[in-house]
Design a protein. Sequence first.
Length: 179
Amino acid sequence: MAGVVVGAMVAVLALAAGYLAGSSRPLAPASAAGTIETSPTRMPAVPDMFRQSLYVPAPHEALALRSEGEPADRPRDRQGVLERLGIRLDELRRYESVDGLSVWSGESRYGMVCLFIALPAQGISEGYGAEGCAPEGYITIAEMPRKGRTALIRFVLRGDQVNVYVYEMAAHPRRTRRS
């Protein structure tokens, strides 16, 4: 019995010495170990979308810049939101409309970039719409539920356009009665 213990200790020490010396080869012969195919001709190609460092799905729509500082394209602001945020009306940027919603962005004197979404007949922060602000240099996002549907609409300001993403909510599976 003592011989088995001594033999096991010698095997463990030999294994540890091999790893400490930088050897990471398996102790079993190569024929016993399974071979892993790494040939580029046999490996499937990696899709382009996963080669990027940051994967972002394509937007459902991209709203282009329509005007900048035009008085006719200014939103209604009966609540004084723009004034509180330090955004001048003559510096607001208007984008194309989507689903009957008007979209604006503006830079605050406090170092924030804001995005505003509202129905044309109503004002900012009134009824159906959304607002979102982020410090300069960060991505500005505004989100809202889609009217009459179970979906979320995300507006993302990127340079001179606003990307629109629609996320449909999954239905709950039916519950079955157990007998």
